[in-house]
Design a protein around this ligand. Structure first.
Ligand code: ADP
Length: 485
């Protein structure tokens, strides 16, 4: 399958309904991480193009804000249908620029459609309040209205669905958007512009710019017309954007890094735990912010769990995501491979024992073997740092209290998982974990109906669930007086 035969591979930016190049004519090339081949190019836009995209969004907002919730709900339904009608083409594009298996890419595109449908429904339920008034002659109304122009900056690991969580609620609320997809995976982001056109969403409601992250991010955060920035990416960049947004006091939503613990208690169903572990760890080659970073296994079952996990990891089929049956694609680039290698070297130097994988895959390029490291210790790098690759470090613990302390001993607080068959323990531990998402006997829990977001330095705000539209709405209190009672 030739990438450029894909109808959704568009090498332009969308600004105010026009498909355009960068002012300079400069481009960035986009590579397929499975083959190293260039798929195509995208504009290398900067400050000026971003400012124009913001102006286009501001202009569109003047009329879009007046649309009814029902109209916007119908637009989102059409957008959902456009995504599902083209699921296969969008999934193939995603696999080619990102590397994940086609199976996972289809799932991600389905998830994108799911978010859009969810927010099509939520659009009609942005209720306000009529509050009992302390004054006989006045009435207190509390209403919700769109915040205005929002800017969305997204990463390469879920280039389609991370935008769905932002574009969906933005349209539902009546906001217009400027979107900056990651430079490694811009086509799945640009595709939202094509899909919006197909769905009859008015020009300027969604604008897409690709190019220099610092120039685009600089303009987005400086420009007073942008009322809200929603970011998914690394904690380091998130902190920088938070500082930059301070100048114009923008609303911010941040989905940042994680350091997910996965605790297996002695009383757990071990086979179920291993199955959950494989999904929670090796999905997207370990490159998700909710991927397990640390396995904590109680001493009695430690050896048994390690053996079973190593066997299961060894069975994962690694390869080009476009080939049916492949479970783990390449890492995003060679830098990611080097990071993973450095973590393994650090762990083995400090006493870690490789029981599965441990090195670059024989396929070459950025393919890496699914790896399990037993005898993991707190002093190893991955205890504190996000791995973002297919390594499972397995630590041993003795008591429930110790497991909770170890799990919480991080500045992150996104996802946590644990396995137990004791109901009391299930409640105790889920309440003690300082995490925004907790899977009890489940390794993959993200769904459009539930709020996604982190405690501590993992972020601010929630995406999905009924909470997911909150950050796109302002609350207005209107006092109507002089009623003469
Ligand atoms: P990752 O490690 O997942 O690549 P990053 O935080 O580096 O995470 O990137 C996430 C998104 O943030 C990407 O779209 C990237 O281009 C963008 N980005 C990176 N640096 C900046 C910056 N200084 N300002 C704005 N956006 C940025």
């Amino acid at each position: 399958m030739l990438a450029n035969s894909n109808a959704y591979l568009k090498e332009k930016n969308l600004i105010g309904g026009e498909w355009v190049d960068a002012d300079s004519g400069e481009t960035l090339s986009v590579n397929n991480p499975a083959t190293g081949e260039t798929i195509g190019t995208v504009p290398r836009s900067g400050k000026a193009e971003t400012a124009r995209a913001i102006d286009a969004a501001a202009q569109a907002f003047a009329t879009f804000r007046k649309t009814t919730a029902l109209e916007r709900s119908k637009m989102l339904r059409r957008l959902h249908d456009a995504i599902m009608d083209n699921q296969e083409a969008l999934a193939q594009l995603l696999t080619q620029e990102q590397g994940k298996s086609l199976f996972e890419a289809r799932g991600e595109v389905g998830m994108s459609a799911g978010y859009v449908l969810w927010f099509a429904e939520e659009a009609r339920r942005s209720y306000g309040d009529l509050v009992p008034s302390p004054w006989a002659d006045r009435r207190i109304m509390v209403t919700r209205q769109p915040v205005g122009v929002i800017a969305a900056i997204t990463p390469w690991n879920f280039p389609s669905s991370m935008l769905a969580r932002k574009i969906g609620p933005a349209i539902a609320a009546g906001c217009t958007s400027v979107v900056k997809p990651a430079s490694q995976t811009p086509y799945s982001g640009i595709a939202w512009g094509l899909l919006a056109e197909e769905a009859g969403i008015p020009p300027g409601v969604i604008n897409v710019v690709t190019g220099s992250a610092s120039e685009i991010g600089g303009e987005i955060t400086r420009n007073a017309k942008v009322k809200k920035v929603t970011f998914t990416g690394s904690t380091a960049v998130g902190k920088q954007l938070l500082k930059q947004c301070a100048g114009t006091v923008k609303k911010v939503s941040m989905e940042l890094g994680g350091n997910a613990p996965f605790i297996v208690f002695d009383d757990a169903d071990i086979d179920r735990a291993v199955e959950g572990a494989i999904a929670a760890k090796y999905r997207n080659s370990g490159q998700t912010c909710v991927c397990t970073n640390r396995f904590y296994v109680q001493s009695k079952i430690y050896n048994k769990f390690v053996d079973k996990l190593a066997a299961a990891a060894g069975e994962l089929k690694v390869g080009n995501g476009l080939e049916e049956g492949v479970q783990q694609g390449p890492l995003i680039d060679m830098k990611a491979v080097e990071t993973v290698e450095a973590m393994i070297a650090d762990a083995t130097k400090k006493g870690g024992k490789i029981v599965a994988g441990g090195k670059r895959h024989e396929l070459g390029g950025s393919f890496f073997e699914p790896t399990v490291i037993a005898n993991a210790k707190p002093r190893m790098k991955f205890t504190k740092e996000e791995i973002f690759g297919p390594i499972s470090p397995v630590y041993k613990f003795k008591t429930e209290e110790e497991a909770i302390d170890l799990a919480n001993n991080t500045e992150y607080g996104l996802a946590a998982y644990f396995y137990t068959r004791d109901l009391g323990r299930a409640f105790r531990v889920s309440e003690a974990l300082e995490y925004g998402l907790v899977g009890v006997n489940e390794g993959v829990i993200t769904t459009v109906e539930a709020p996604f977001g982190g405690f501590k330095e993992s972020g601010l705000g929630r995406e999905g669930g009924h909470q997911g539209i909150e950050d796109y709405l302002e609350t207005k209190y209107v006092c109507v007086g002089g009623l003469g009672m």
